[in-house]
Design a protein around this ligand. Structure first.
Ligand code: SAH
Length: 349
């Protein structure tokens, strides 16, 4: 994929151009068109001679996302995009408006292999990982479409970002580049189901991003039942890695905990969770599970959630209940899926 120009750093682009005898300064211009002006096509690059644009579009085709469908929530103006990738695959992204600005939730893979029992993203199986440029392109297309600066990013869409480690690291480097959109690393969250060796690798980079851990259960017995990854990296190994991460980066870890009625929402679960997180620089985000048609889980009642929060708080663990956005357009956590791909395969549009 050396020809995937949207995934190239400026240095790589400069080198690739030099190899073809293209003048160096052109790389700077093209990089700016792609990552500053968010150009979708070489034809927009008006200060580049037509002959060079033709050469580039042949040698470095742009693997952009195209907006296939856009849904706007009537409840809270959350926007969900279905993006078509260059090879005809689809991913979903969601833009949410908060007091502090716009946040985009981007996908890192087409489908997901992780198999969490409550999540729609895993239902259609796994197709492929996205290239850095394809993750960037979700942001670029959305920002252009809404006409406002998107200042925050959450890697919480479809897919497991740490199962696509190299491309995600490249994405992070490009999106925080001061010659590009220059988004602050502190405004980026990366969410993982807990691939421990990759968390350890991430730690070595000492990045300022927020690490979110999809925990969802405090014991191995329960977590293995709903999250297959726990059989590989169990909850104690995961929490030990998190403890180290928080201590060494001084960044607060965010634990995601989907409240599944009658499954993981008991007082006992709350107490066990509190004891396992004790003393760690962290925060717990409780999310009454969003219903997915194919899965049997029901959200915990507001009273149960409140009781769970109060047990955590009285044990010194900071916890909040996440506000649900875009629920009328299936844009909430765990509701992004491959539906469209499946429909298309069946030819039933
Ligand atoms: N694979 C990564 C990124 C996905 S992030 C991860 O697991 O963290 C999506 C977040 O939504 C995760 O915390 C996930 O566990 C959570 N989630 C999945 N299905 C959900 C559902 N039905 N209700 C609420 N949260 C859900």
């Amino acid at each position: 994929m050396s020809r995937d120009i949207l995934s190239m750093t400026l240095e790589e682009m400069t080198q690739a151009f030099a190899d073809l005898g293209i003048q160096k300064f052109r790389a700077g211009q093209i990089y700016e068109w792609l990552h500053r002006h968010l150009a979708c096509d070489y034809s927009e690059m008006t200060n580049i001679p037509k002959s060079l644009r033709d050469e580039l579009s042949e040698k470095f085709p742009l693997y952009n996302c195209e907006i296939e469908r856009k849904q706007v929530s009537k409840l809270d103006s959350t926007v969900k995009y279905l993006f078509r990738l260059h090879d005809g695959d689809f991913v979903e992204s969601v833009v949410m408006k908060y007091k502090y600005g716009y946040t985009i939730c981007v996908s890192s893979q087409v489908g997901c292999k992780m198999g969490c029992a409550f999540c729609a993203s895993t239902l259609g199986g796994f197709k492929r990982s996205l290239y850095a440029g394809e993750i960037l392109s979700q942001l670029y297309r959305a920002q252009k479409d809404i006409g406002e600066r998107i200042s925050h990013i959450v890697l919480m869409g479809m897919g497991e970002p740490l199962d696509n480690y190299d491309n995600v690291m490249r994405f992070l480097a490009l999106v925080t580049d001061e010659k590009g959109l220059n988004i602050s690393m502190r405004n980026i969250s990366l969410s993982t189901c807990g691939i421990v060796p990759k968390i350890e690798e991430l730690l070595k980079r000492k990045m300022q991003l927020t690490l979110s851990i999809s925990l969802h259960a405090p014991s191995n017995e329960l977590r293995s039942r709903i999250m297959p990854i726990n059989k590989k990296y169990d909850v104690d190994k995961l929490l030990a890695a998190c403890r180290k991460y928080a201590a060494e980066t001084s960044r607060r870890i965010s634990f995601e905990y989907a409240m599944l009625s009658g499954i993981n929402d008991s007082d006992e679960c709350a107490r066990l969770l509190a004891s396992k997180l004790k003393g760690m620089l962290c925060h717990v985000n409780l999310i009454p599970v969003n219903e997915v048609a194919e899965s049997p889980f029901k959200p915990s009642s507001p009273e149960r959630v409140e009781r769970f929060v109060s047990i955590l708080s009285s044990n010194g663990i900071n916890a909040t209940v996440r506000r649900k956005l875009g629920s009328d357009i299936d844009a909430s956590c765990g509701q992004l899926r491959l539906k469209e791909n499946k429909n298309r395969e069946k030819g039933d549009e």
